[in-house]
Ligand binder design. Structure first.
Ligand SMILES: NC(=O)c1ccc[n+]([C@@H]2O[C@H](COP(=O)([O-])OP(=O)(O)OC[C@H]3O[C@@H](n4cnc5c(N)ncnc54)[C@H](O)[C@@H]3O)[C@@H](O)[C@H]2O)c1
Length: 341
């Protein structure tokens, strides 16, 4: 039987929206039926770049939703708008796929989760770094218990990024704008939940950011796992990947992963000795039909059709947002705080 086409309105037609429109246009089971941006010229530019002049563009989301009656809203607006956009979408009976972070505050995120569950709408957040074959290989490695029980996870994120624009003036820029990806990956890899965090943020000498662009955070996780994060957006030279450089330590061995295709694994083989003998193992990276934003959009549309939960469902993703907000709180209070959601 031929599948019906899911109608989608995209709101927020800035930089990242390009990564959404392209995969959407390649699909037969979904169609963009409207573009919204508070800056009309942004919506018009996006329409003209992707030959979408035949669909309506507007500045007012409620009237667009009333007119074109989509099943889903794709939210690519800035973080402070995510709450009002998702609330409006749910109010019109739509499913929502939204850019990270879910919301600007925990109470906004909690309300959004509550309403989406009450209205039985699919609500997922873009954590595109869960949709690579590389991280899937690492998750499989941990779940297979080849390294025994995971005890310790560390990640380094060091990139000297000269963005210009809003990030140069944003408070807690590294934690709020980037660390959500790394913290979410830590949850995905470890399979456990955050408990508490102690975080220190600072703005190094020579930084081109107005506010703290470096941070070190230590998380206590459930199951006795400890996760440490070191990051900076003004570290030039010897940069890590955008996915970060990781070390995983289990009760039977360790792995070092560059966030992409390079992973070295050593598992204990010997029974005695000051340093027991280890054997090197290969990690298998499974093929994914679609990666990044394309993979998430694909899964979201499938879940809308089948009523299933996406991997990045909001009620789970709120834990990654909670890690970020707790790290900011800990840094401000200069003491460990509980991670709550
Ligand atoms: N997943 C990723 O890898 C990734 C990468 C970059 C950005 N992002 C996220 O995507 C979001 C957007 O980032 P960007 O870089 O595209 O920003 P941007 O400033 O380039 O674009 C945002 C657009 O949203 C519009 N907008 C803001 N509030 C609106 C509202 N209430 N209604 C309609 N339009 C509104 C703005 O006018 C602007 O055109 C952010 O949440 C950011 O964190 C994610």
């Amino acid at each position: 039987m031929k599948e019906s086409v899911i109608k989608v309105v995209l709101v927020g037609c800035g930089g990242i929206s390009r990564a959404w429109v392209k995969p959407l246009q390649e699909r037969k089971d979904a169609r963009l039926v409207g573009l919204v941006d508070i800056r009309k010229e942004a919506a018009e530019n996006l329409a003209s770049q992707f030959n979408l002049q035949d669909i309506p563009v507007g500045t007012d989301l409620p009237s667009m939703l009333k007119t074109v009656q989509p099943e889903a809203v794709f939210d690519c607006t800035t973080p402070e708008s995510h709450y009002s956009v998702a609330m409006t979408a749910f109010g019109h009976g739509c499913h929502v796929l939204a850019e990270k972070p879910m919301a600007d505050t925990l109470s906004h995120a909690q309300k959004l989760v509550e309403i989406s569950l009450k209205k039985k709408r699919i609500y997922a957040i873009i954590q595109n770094r869960r949709y690579t074959r590389w991280i899937r290989g690492i998750v499989n490695l941990v779940r297979s218990k080849i390294l025994g029980q995971l005890t310790t996870l560390t990640s380094d994120f060091f990139i000297g990024a000269h963005f210009g624009g809003f990030r140069d003036r944003m408070k807690h820029v590294l934690l709020l704008d980037m660390a959500i990806h790394t913290f979410d990956a830590a949850r995905f890899i470890s399979g456990v939940d955050p408990v508490s965090v102690f975080c220190h943020e600072w703005n190094p000498v020579g930084s081109w950011y107005e506010h703290d662009a470096s941070a070190i955070a230590l998380f206590e996780m459930t199951g006795g796992v400890v996760y440490s994060y070191r990051g900076s957006w003004c570290a030039e030279g010897m940069n890590t990947s955008w996915e970060g450089q990781w070390r995983l330590i289990g009760s039977k061995g360790s792995a070092v992963w560059d966030g992409n295709e390079r992973c070295q694994v050593e598992r204990v083989k010997g029974k005695t000795g000051f340093k027991r003998e280890v054997e090197k193992l290969e990690v298998g990276f499974p093929e994914l039909p679609l990666e990044g934003h394309s993979g998430l959009i694909d899964e979201f549309l499938r879940c809308v059709r089948q009523g299933k939960k996406p991997l990045t469902a909001a009620e789970d993703n709120i834990k990654s947002l909670a890690m970020v907000l707790a790290a900011v709180e800990s840094s401000q209070k200069n003491k460990p705080v509980k991670v709550v959601w």
